[in-house]
Structure formats: structure tokens, C-alpha cells
Design a protein around this ligand. Structure first.
Ligand code: CP3
Length: 370
């Protein structure tokens, strides 16, 4: 059976909707900020929770997922403008294969049985029922939005089709993604079949997250930068555009509407196309200057990003200077959400993240006056 549709009236009233208004392009009083991987191993309280439970146990247990989602919100009270549900992009391959994924110390995600040739697609369930396979994510979202008590909005997310396909073929992270890219060149028909199955599943998965309470969505195409413009345009663009269009249209049918963020990492060639899509916000990585981003996006979309995560190794004085320059470049009162250009690293100092968050808060006050 389908889940009930939960609406604003089913949850505590939202007290800080800055990021939602910013994502819709409205003029706002200060720059909202959240951080990719804001819940993670750089936090001692997360490492404590991880001592007791393995990674996917936390993902699959709504109470535990809720607990770690709230850790940065509690620690940085008043400094973060959004939460992101604790989970992983790899829950989708798990749902399709029941493809086993392990999370190994120092290696990261590991698939013991990666896809090798198109014949292996027969092992997958191309269209699994999202409620049978991923109900734990929806339960975690409903519980977390309730426990947030309206402090900040809750972001749901997914991996993008190519990034997920790449993990399913490589079996783990890779420097070149040569095995997965070989599929695009050698088996274009099978590749498109797999990408299109993942696209359909991702659409259903995102819609179900919103029905469960997610107030914003982000699509992570972390590996799109490996492709170059031709492969990107042929294999990724159709699915990426469809995800935003179909999710928006399915939500509209049930009178729901949430902003969607797209992150095509390290893909300068993606910006112009994405700026003409149905996404609301484009997350940019730290290789892109504000000038270049503006030249491609032409303010058609809200920008999110993008300081180098390694900036957080600097002393707080330096962190402040760089944050100020970033805010100057991207503008503050309209069309911009602050974040990093990629996620937190495990050895980051939580106090340095605090300095980054504070400088964004303080500087957007003073830039407001310009
Ligand atoms: O706080 C949050 O941002 C929400 C949770 C979240 C995680 N992963 C938790 C996680 C989110 C949004 C992700 C997305 C994700 N997962 C991406 C896209 C973003 C990106 O980084 O480009 C990707 C590529 C993955 C796949 C993945 N999961 C990798 C490559 C790794 C290993 C790298 C690492 O940091 O160890 C993971 C593991 C993972 N996902 C951890 C966390 C907190 C650490 C694992 C652990 O606790 O043992």
C-alpha cells in the first residue's frame, strides 16, 4: 500500500524558512547556509554513535538516523539553516539488486558483486517497490521532521543515475571510472537501459521522500565530472532533466511543491544546460569561480556552494577572509545559499566549521548594507 501524504499541517510549524525562500529566488534578509556531510565522522558525537552501530545499521534505523541527523543541528544551534536526512546514495543499488554494499574502513563503499557485462543486468530488480525496499528512509524522514520541531527544514536526497551506475559497475570509488565509462562506449544500449531504470526509481524515491516530510531535495551527481561534455550530454542530461520535471509534476498533482538542488560535481560543461532545467538550485564545486558560474547560469537559478573543504584546515582568521570573498562573489540577499564545494572530511575540526558558519552569518549582515 502507498504511504499517506504528510503535509505541513502534520508537522510542527517551521520557524526558519530562509533556505526555502532563498531556493525559490526570493530576496532574503541573510544568506542561508548548510554543509554537505554536516553529520559525519568529524563530529565526536557521530564517531560515538558509529562505535555502537555500523554505517548501514544507522541508515536503516529511523531512531538512529534521526539522532545523527540532529547532531549538527544541536551543536551549531542557530548557525545552520537546513538539516539533511542521514542516509546514503547507495541505498538505491541496494534496493535494485538487493545488491549488497558494505562500508569498509579506509575503502568506503564496496560491492562484492559489481556488474561486469550487460548480462549482469538480469541479476537486478530494475523496478523495485520503493515502499518495500526503502520504507526505512521515509520513516526516518517523518520522525526527523517531527523531532526537528520546526527549527530548520529537512532536505531529502538521492544519487543521480550515472553516479549510482558508476558505483554498481566499479564496485567501489575509482580514480578514472574506466570500467563504468567503458560501458558507455561499448554497451550504449544497455547503459541507457540501466540509467533509465535508475531514473524512474529515483523519481519515485524523491516523491515518496516529500510525501514523508522532506521539504527540499538534492540530487548528487558526484561522478559526472569524469565524462566530458559529449558523454554528459548524451547519457546524463536526459535523465537529469527528467528527474526534476517528473518529480515536480507528480508533486504538483498532489498539491506539494519543494525546491530541488542539483549537484553535477566538477562538471563546468553542465552549468548552462542545468540553468535552463526545472531544478531550482545549482550546487557548484570549488573549482568554479563566481564569475564563471554567473557567466553560464546568468542568474536563471539560485547558486549553492562552494568553498574548498580544505579551507577548514586554515586558521579561523583565514577562513573568515575566504568566506567573505565567496559571499562577495556570489552575492548575498538573493539567489545564493552558502555551503562548501564538497562534503566535510573526517579530520576536520568542528570548531573550524563553526568559524565558517559564523563568518557567513556575520558577513551577510554587513554585505546586506551594500
Ligand atoms: O550529512 C549528510 O550530508 C547526509 C548524509 C550523507 C552521507 N552520504 C553519509 C555518509 C550524504 C548526503 C551522502 C551522499 C553520498 N554518499 C555521496 C554524494 C556526495 C559526495 O560526497 O559526493 C556519495 C558519493 C556517497 C557514497 C559514499 N558514502 C562514499 C564515497 C563514502 C565513503 C567516503 C567516506 O567519507 O568515508 C560513503 C560513506 C558515508 N556516507 C559516510 C557518511 C557519514 C562515512 C562512513 C562511515 O561513517 O563509516
Amino acid at each position: 500500500a502507498a504511504n499517506p501524504i504528510l503535509r505541513d499541517s502534520d508537522f510542527p510549524a517551521l520557524k526558519n524558512n530562509l533556505i526555502i525562500r532563498a531556493a525559490k529566488g526570493e530576496t532574503i534578509e541573510r544568506t542561508p547556509v548548510w554543509i554537505m556531510r554536516q553529520a559525519g565522522r568529524y563530529l565526536p558525537e557521530f564517531r560515538e554513535a558509529r562505535k555502537r552501530n555500523d554505517f548501514f545499521t544507522i541508515c536503516r534505523n529511523p531512531e538512529l538516523a534521526c539522532e545523527v541527523t540532529l547532531q549538527p543541528i544541536d551543536r551549531y544551534a542557530g548557525l545552520l539553516d537546513a538539516s539533511i536526512i542521514f542516509s546514503d546514495i547507495l541505498v538505491i543499488p541496494q534496493a535494485m539488486a538487493s545488491q549488497e554494499v558494505q562500508m569498509l574502513e579506509k575503502v568506503g563503499p564496496f560491492f562484492p558483486q559489481p556488474l561486469i557485462t550487460p548480462a549482469d543486468l538480469a541479476r537486478l530488480t530494475l523496478a523495485p517497490n520503493v515502499h518495500e525496499t526503502l520504507q526505512y528512509v521515509f520513516d526516518a524522514i517523518t520522525l526527523t521532521r517531527t523531532k526537528l520541531d520546526g527549527r530548520v527544514p529537512l532536505i531529502g536526497f538521492t544519487g543521480a543515475p550515472w553516479t549510482l551506475m558508476a558505483y554498481m559497475i566499479e564496485g567501489q570509488g575509482s580514480k578514472t571510472y574506466a570500467k563504468a565509462k567503458a560501458w558507455l562506449y561499448k554497451y550504449p544500449v544497455a547503459s541507457k537501459k540501466l540509467l533509465s531504470a535508475i531514473t524512474d526509481l529515483v523519481v519515485e524515491y524523491l516523491v515518496a521522500q516529500v510525501k514523508a516530510g522532506a521539504q527540499m531535495l538534492q540530487v548528487f551527481d558526484s561522478n559526472s565530472g569524469e565524462l566530458g561534455p559529449d558523454l554528459f550530454n548524451e547519457f546524463l542530461v536526459p535523465g537529469l532533466l527528467q528527474i526534476a520535471e517528473k518529480v515536480k509534476s507528480k508533486l504538483k498533482d498532489i498539491f506539494l511543491d519543494v525546491p530541488i538542488i542539483i549537484f553535477a560535481r566538477n562538471s563546468h560543461y553542465a552549468l548552462e544546460t542545468l540553468s535552463k532545467s526545472a531544478y531550482n538550485v545549482i550546487q557548484v564545486d570549488f573549482t568554479l569561480s563566481p564569475e564563471f558560474v554567473h557567466s553560464q547560469v546568468q542568474r536563471r537559478k539560485v547558486i549553492q556552494g562552494n568553498a574548498d573543504p580544505s579551507l577548514l584546515y586554515a586558521d579561523p582568521e583565514n577562513i573568515r577572509k575566504v568566506a567573505e570573498k565567496m559571499l562577495d562573489g556570489f552575492g548575498t540577499s538573493q539567489g545564493y545559499i552558502a555551503n562548501l564545494g564538497h562534503g566535510m572530511y573526517p579530520d576536520h575540526d568542528p570548531e573550524h566549521l563553526k568559524a565558517y558558519l559564523q563568518s557567513i552569518n556575520e558577513n551577510s549582515d554587513s554585505l546586506q548594507e551594500k
